[in-house]
Design a protein around this ligand. Sequence first.
Ligand SMILES: [Zn+2]
Length: 148
Amino acid sequence: MRYKSRRLNKEYLELPDIGKLILDYVDYFSQKEFGIEIMITHLFRTQDEQDYIYKGRTRKQGDTLRHYGKNPWYSDHQFWQAADIRTFHYKPEQVKKIIKFINENFRYNKDDSKKMVLYHQIGSHGWHFHIRWCKETICLDSYNPYIF
Ligand SMILES: [Zn+2]
């Protein structure tokens, strides 16, 4: 597992166990399948950092546009519930395989109410996986039952 900065190295140690487990799994899979260590580019985000990324931006909510300035939103990163992984060095089929691997091994919660992984690009942050979890996230790997 590689880190874009020293800050991330420290933040990894602060992650809840389920976050570490997911990243360890994805790193294992990526190394075994493609010979590539994952590169973590973002973990925790402060409110100032959130404001900097989204200031002046809008996003669709149903049929309406939500303005961050008037009606700001939070990020999973602000609650230690997400990790970003760089993807530009993966081939498109490798990206698909990693997404499939995550979805086969984890459920966000019992209701499966959120996608475990988004593949997206935001602002100056290039294309990346945004992997998220919560206290109810379940690891489905029968060899490693890890249920919260
Ligand atoms: Zn993210």
